[in-house]
Design a protein around this ligand. Structure first.
Ligand SMILES: C[S@@+](CC[C@H](N)C(=O)[O-])C[C@H]1O[C@@H](n2cnc3c(N)ncnc32)[C@H](O)[C@@H]1O
Length: 331
């Protein structure tokens, strides 16, 4: 249906001479179409049902909470146990909505990490293998031929973005932080299963961590920035600057470049329909100016080829194109 909507948009723009219809007018027309409205309804309500219906992901995992926690070693106290705090102050923006329509968010129930992990596997069912590949490709791109020794992954979730760094740099100390204790326990469980003690998961706010100045030679995040209000994105960049050693790079994978008005329509519509209301913030931020003002150099903002088959011109593999945002602290 998404492809059909894009074709409708392109036909509208192509079939008239350029002076008679602007891309944004074509978008305004599409918004009135039955196909778009049907698409929007499905986007909202299939996700809602996926998470919260009687047989949805959230009730399914909540009903098995105790067994899952036991199997995943939540009660263990070993080198893999995450550092969490029952009284950790979660920011208001984080608790203000059920992000992704995940009922109760990622924080209010100890089964939430399992539910999120399962949900993430079903987000792109037709390209699931290549979606997994996305995290590895981003890691390889960030790494290049460099060797990092102290790596920080901000907003690590259940560790999907952390594991590729842990595996690629077995000699590094990898710290990974998230606000969600349930996710951190799941991430630690995977580390225990994979026997990778070089990673430590802790409950911390990416905008203001407890690490010392200049503790890391790489600061990274994957799919975190679009979940933050703009002010918090700025705090996160400032915090990254503080934490980096001189010359160290930071690299984020997130939304920013939207090739045309149609992408914008779908992106902003998704933000409303999927309870991700901050999504437009990172798209509209003047990144070169913001990062330069903080002190970063070597700023690079590029479209990301998330799998081998993806054509950056048509990006028909997945409707939200990712962008790599990288910069370095001066030496
Ligand atoms: C879309 S998930 C991405 C998770 C992971 N990086 C991945 O690629 O699978 C965003 C994560 O950011 C976390 N998060 C949101 N705000 C945060 C903050 N201020 N500090 C740390 N983590 C945060 C959420 O709990 C969630 O786990």
């Amino acid at each position: 249906m998404y492809q059909e909507l894009r074709s409708q948009y392109e036909r509208r723009v192509d079939s008239r001479n350029a002076s008679s219809i602007e891309p944004r007018d074509a978008v305004a027309e599409i918004e009135q179409d039955v196909t778009y409205r049907f698409f929007a309804w499905l986007e909202r309500h299939l996700q809602r049902m996926k998470y919260s219906s009687r047989y949805g992901i959230v009730p399914y995992h909540a009903a098995q909470r105790d067994r899952l926690m036991q199997e995943a070693g939540f009660a263990l106290n070993d080198e893999y146990t995450p550092t969490v705090d029952d009284k950790f102050p979660l920011p208001k923006y984080y608790k203000s909505m059920d992000v992704h329509q995940h009922e109760g968010g990622l924080w209010s129930d100890m089964s939430a990490g399992f539910a999120y992990e399962y949900g993430a596997r079903t987000t792109t069912p037709l390209i699931s293998d290549s979606h997994e590949d996305l995290h590895n490709r981003f890691t390889a791109l960030v790494a290049g031929d460099r060797d990092f020794k102290q790596i920080l992954d901000l907003g690590c979730g259940f560790g999907k973005s952390t594991r590729p760094f842990v595996n690629l740099f077995p000699g590094a100390r990898v710290e990974a932080v998230d606000l969600s204790a349930p996710c951190l326990y799941v991430a630690s469980h995977f580390a225990r299963q994979g026997q990778t003690p070089n990673v430590h998961y802790s409950q911390q706010d990416a905008r203001e961590t407890r690490f010392d100045d200049e503790s890391f030679d790489l600061v990274t995040s994957t799919m975190l920035l679009h979940e933050l209000p703009v002010k918090s994105i700025l705090s996160l960049f400032e915090e990254s600057f503080r934490l980096l050693q001189p010359g160290g790079p930071m690299a984020h994978l997130d939304f920013h470049i939207l090739p045309d008005e149609f992408d914008r329509l779908m992106h902003y519509g998704h933000a409303r329909r999927n309870n991700e209301i901050f999504m437009p913030g990172i798209v509209e931020l003047d990144l070169p100016k913001t990062l330069t003002e903080i002190g970063f150099r070597d700023i690079s903002i590029e479209r990301f080829k998330e799998n081998e088959d993806m054509d950056l011109e048509t990006h028909d593999a997945w409707r939200f194109p990712w962008t790599t945002i990288s910069a370095s602290k001066p030496s």
